[in-house]
Design a protein around this ligand. Structure first.
Ligand code: SAH
Ligand code: SF4
Length: 369
């Protein structure tokens, strides 16, 4: 394909990028009836197709115009791994050759999809493989929604959590626009309480989200002491715990749900009784639930999960003070369960000398790749 044509193709807006209002604007500009916008949106979000040829209640001239004017390509599923615990991880490839991942987690009465918001992350948390990998780029609205589109082909997604790769609030505009499409009656029709944004604590964006679109919030806390938190989460140097707490007290989450805190337990880094006491003090006044997650290890991380005894003591300290604190193991441990681990592994393989890859494969270190 000549270079200019490649650019022309990739510069087209993706069909999943547009909101209903934008489709209406397009219809107006093209002299098409306004209801065409509703029809297009319904094909995309309710009938889950990205092929204008399927839009059978729309006239052929408009279908052809849609085909010519927009990009309808799907991201490719490069790998699909089924875990023993029934969760399923998908490694996806973007049009520019980057990897990201999503995880489908079925349970009795719902199917949760864990999605990515960026390729890599610039927050640099020391215990996180995505953080170690650095930042590559933001995902577009279409790429965020594409994950739901692809998952819906396998099963009906009922809940969304932004806990894959990336810091969602560092890609604020795209994430909020995508969330609006998820909860809209004209979009994926998910309830607002079934979309959760997990963040390391970007305060201005938490405040903005509270007034723009108060979906459920999860906070990656991992330490309630400022100096210690800054060591494992550099974001804390900019947005300290005191300010974070103020922002959370003002966040308009539905009273029934409150805020979930993620706490990755790392031996001797954040699992002592003193750490638990500070955590309880931090949570005072908030309707909180704490998910205790033994750290998921990956090559090159110099940390260890807390012992079972430590986890139990930590949990007991919280629960005896009326703070729900279930211990959660990352789903899909056998398929690189943690945040961004499969895509980061793939990225690492890319950067390695092929002979080194072959050697590691022989040794079984890269079996799942
Ligand atoms: N950037 C956002 C969302 C993605 S991270 C955030 O930090 O909240 C999703 C969750 O995975 C976060 O709670 C994160 O702290 C956790 N996580 C990161 N590395 C992990 C590891 N090695 N083991 C277990 N959980 C991890
Ligand atoms: Fe980024 Fe979240 Fe990983 Fe921290 S834990 S580096 S914020 S993805």
């Amino acid at each position: 394909m000549p270079m200019s044509l490649t650019l022309a193709v990739s510069s087209k807006r993706h069909g999943l990028d547009l909101s209903l209002e934008e489709w209406r604007e397009w219809s107006r500009e093209e002299g098409a009836p306004l209801y065409v916008a509703d029809q297009i949106i319904s094909w995309i979000f309710h009938k889950n197709t990205l092929n204008p040829d399927d839009f059978s209640n729309i006239s052929w001239p408009i279908r052809n115009l849609l085909k010519d004017s927009f990009n309808w390509n799907e991201m490719t599923i490069e790998q699909r791994l089924l875990s023993k615990d029934a969760s399923e991880k998908f490694l996806l490839k973007t049009h520019d050759g980057l990897w990201l991942e999503m995880v489908l987690m079925p349970s009795d009465n719902r199917t949760t999809l864990c999605i990515s918001s960026q390729v890599g992350c610039r927050m640099g948390c020391t215990f996180c493989q995505t953080g170690k990998m650095g930042f590559q780029r933001n995902l577009t609205v279409g790429e965020i929604l594409m994950q739901i589109h692809l998952a819906n082909k396998f099963t009906k997604v009922t809940n969304i959590v932004f806990m894959g790769m990336g810091e969602p609030l560092d890609n604020y505009e795209a994430v909020v626009k995508a969330c609006k499409q998820m909860i809209s009656k004209k979009g994926y029709r998910l309830s607002k309480s079934k979309v959760t944004i997990s963040t390391s604590g970007l305060i201005p964006e938490i405040q903005k989200l509270g007034s723009d679109l108060p979906v459920r919030l999860a906070i990656s806390l991992h330490q309630a002491d400022n100096a210690k938190r800054s060591k494992i989460m550099p974001v804390n140097r900019k947005y300290s715990l005191g300010d974070l707490k103020k922002a959370l007290l003002n966040y308009p989450s539905p009273p029934r749900y409150g805020i979930t805190f993620e706490y990755v337990l790392i031996e001797r880094v954040n699992d002592t009784l003193a750490d638990a006491k500070k955590l309880v003090r931090f949570l005072h006044g908030l309707k909180a639930k704490v998910n205790l997650i033994p750290i998921n290890l990956f090559p090159g991380v110099d940390m260890r999960p807390s012992s079972a005894e430590r986890i139990r003591d930590f949990q007991l300290y919280l629960t005896s003070r009326s703070i729900p604190a279930p211990v959660r193991y990352s789903r899909g441990q056998d398929i690189s369960g943690g945040c961004g681990q499969l895509a980061a592994k793939r990225q690492e393989e890319l950067n390695l000398d092929p002979r080194e890859v072959a050697r590691r494969r022989r040794q079984g270190q890269m079996k799942s790749l």
